[in-house]
Design a protein around this ligand. Structure first.
Ligand SMILES: Cc1cc2nc3c(=O)[nH]c(=O)nc-3n(C[C@H](O)[C@H](O)[C@H](O)COP(=O)(O)OP(=O)(O)OC[C@H]3O[C@@H](n4cnc5c(N)ncnc54)[C@H](O)[C@@H]3O)c2cc1C
Length: 467
């Protein structure tokens, strides 16, 4: 009997009715996607086109006229979980369209957004996010790729590596050093097109779970200054806010891989006979199944809690997303390893689903912040401000409600800035708003909007910053 992914967790209070409909649609689309990969680049291009044609990619880019807060994290997480259950490359194709344009959704000019986002949302263009360098992976502040202002242009020089979709992307978000300040304060974000003069692919990188990956080179790559995203010097902040939107979705993909391994294991354990009965009748098998099932639910609960917090409570999710990413990726690795063990020799045979999952899961424990970085972030948050973990005052009654005034206390809203602050031993400054507005020249946010921007501590009732 053909397996289908569970949607039982859609009954959890994190979800609204529209999420169940969305999940059904994702499952329907996923089932129609090919899993065979004769050529990774061609397969990835085809997957992006098909996901675009099916309307799924609209979920990962800001809607026309709306900002990045229109992106619903629970939809992204559900899509990634269900696509990953089906096929790692389908999940990858979906995820990168959002990550590759998140900065543009957040900080692009209306003209630039109009030029790029509709093409990415329909799958006509492929997007990539270029932050990492050879000597700047976990240590983002060490990045060297430079962008120098030259009249109406910027000229980019340097390399980025480990760039997903490198080699097939049409548009890249690039974080480069503009020298406005030291370390992370001296970076800006840019949009670079694959056909810009001076842009090239330096090297294609092959990994254990094949997908398009490359080192990209900027050799005096000249782009108009209008392609800078946000203000000069804001690149790090924009990159971190981009990761903030999509971080919990890495956990969701891990949940999808783990659920598939679990489903395959249960089916196998019932079918495979040894010692005069089914493998599932052996108590050690039942112990494994009990542990796998519990680990998956724990990871899923953390994942959808983080997504719900961002969507509904409009709260910073640094701690929750780090917990979700760390737990889901680490436990998925253990679940999949257990699945391989339950399959015996078949588990390591090329072409078996659990063998593929064993390769697919590994990189998730490294990218978008390795497990060790997540541990430091969680510890940092715990040591810094215990008050922020209490239940928000204005708890929403439903998963669809959006109580804008229920923000939690000031906390950094990014993985890397939390890590950077901790590693550079910057003292926390309790009592000062950590939101972009709060850190600006106006220390007290005076927004009177009923929908203040994410991270702002303003309440809709008073319109005053609470910090
Ligand atoms: C498949 C894949 C896809 C990727 N896609 C992209 C992409 O699209 N765009 C992009 O910009 N980057 C991408 N990356 C890069 C990824 O984000 C980096 O690999 C990651 O940040 C780790 O950096 P690094 O490889 O330089 O390892 P390093 O920074 O050298 O870290 C090595 C290891 O050190 C450990 N470590 C790190 N910090 C600490 C610490 N403080 N204490 C103790 N141990 C620590 C961790 O185990 C870590 O894995 C991708 C990577 C992979 C593998």
């Amino acid at each position: 009997m053909a397996l289908t992914p569970t949607r039982a967790h859609l009954r959890w209070p994190f979800f609204a009715a529209e999420h169940a409909r969305w999940a059904d649609r994702v499952v329907e689309v996923a089932a129609s996607l090919p899993v065979e990969k004769p050529d990774v680049d061609g397969s990835c291009r085809a997957l992006v086109r098909e996901l675009g044609a099916a309307g799924l990619l609209h979920a990962s880019v800001a809607a026309q006229g709306a900002d990045a807060s229109s992106i619903d994290s629970r939809r992204i997480c559900l899509a990634r979980e269900l696509l990953a259950w089906h096929d790692g490359l389908a999940d990858f194709a979906f995820a990168m369209q959002g990550l590759g344009t998140g900065a543009l959704s957040l900080a692009g000019t209306p003209e630039l957004r109009r030029a790029v986002l509709p093409k990415v949302a329909t799958g006509e263009w492929i997007a990539a996010f270029a932050l990492s360098e050879k000597d700047a992976g976990s240590d983002v502040a060490a990045l060297q790729c430079a962008a120098v202002a030259d009249g109406p242009d910027y000229v980019l020089t340097g390399e980025k590596t480990w760039i997903s979709n490198g080699g097939i992307a049409d548009v890249y978000t690039v974080i480069a050093r503009t020298g406005d300040g030291p370390g992370t304060k001296g970076m800006s974000a840019f949009v670079v097109y694959a056909d810009d003069p001076g842009f090239s692919i330096a090297e294609r990188i092959e990994v254990i779970a094949p997908h398009p990956l490359a080192t990209i080179r900027f050799d005096g790559c000249r782009i108009p200054a209008t392609r800078r995203l946000g203000a000069s010097g804001e690149g790090f902040k924009i990159a971190m806010r981009t990761l903030d939107i999509f971080r919990a979705s890495v956990a969701a993909a891990a949940v999808g891989f783990a659920r598939r391994a679990f489903d395959e294991s249960v089916a196998h354990a019932k079918e495979r006979h040894l010692f005069g009965g089914p493998l599932s009748a052996l108590q050690l098998t039942q112990a494994a199944i009990g542990e796998m099932s519990t680990a998956i639910d724990a990871a899923a609960l953390l994942t959808y809690r983080a997504a719900w917090l961002r969507d509904v409570e409009r709260a910073p999710t640094t701690r929750e997303a780090a917990m979700a990413k760390m737990t889901a990726t680490e436990s998925a690795q253990r679940v999949i390893d257990r699945a391989v063990q339950l399959f015996g020799g078949r588990g390591v045979r090329t072409g078996e689903i659990v063998e593929r999952l064993y390769r697919e899961i590994r990189a998730l424990r490294i990218y978008e912040g390795a497990t060790e970085v997540q541990q430091l972030i969680i510890a940092r948050e715990e040591l810094r401000d215990r008050r922020s973990h209490s239940v928000p005052r204005a708890r929403s009654a439903s998963a669809t409600a959006t109580p804008r005034g229920s923000r939690t206390s000031p906390r950094t809203s990014t993985i890397w800035s939390a890590w950077w602050r901790s590693s550079s031993r910057r003292p926390a400054r309790p009592g000062r708003c950590s939101s972009p507005r709060g850190r600006s020249a106006r220390p007290r946010c005076v927004s009177t909007s009923p929908s203040p921007p994410r991270g702002c501590m303003a309440t809709s009732s008073t319109g005053r910053c609470r910090c």
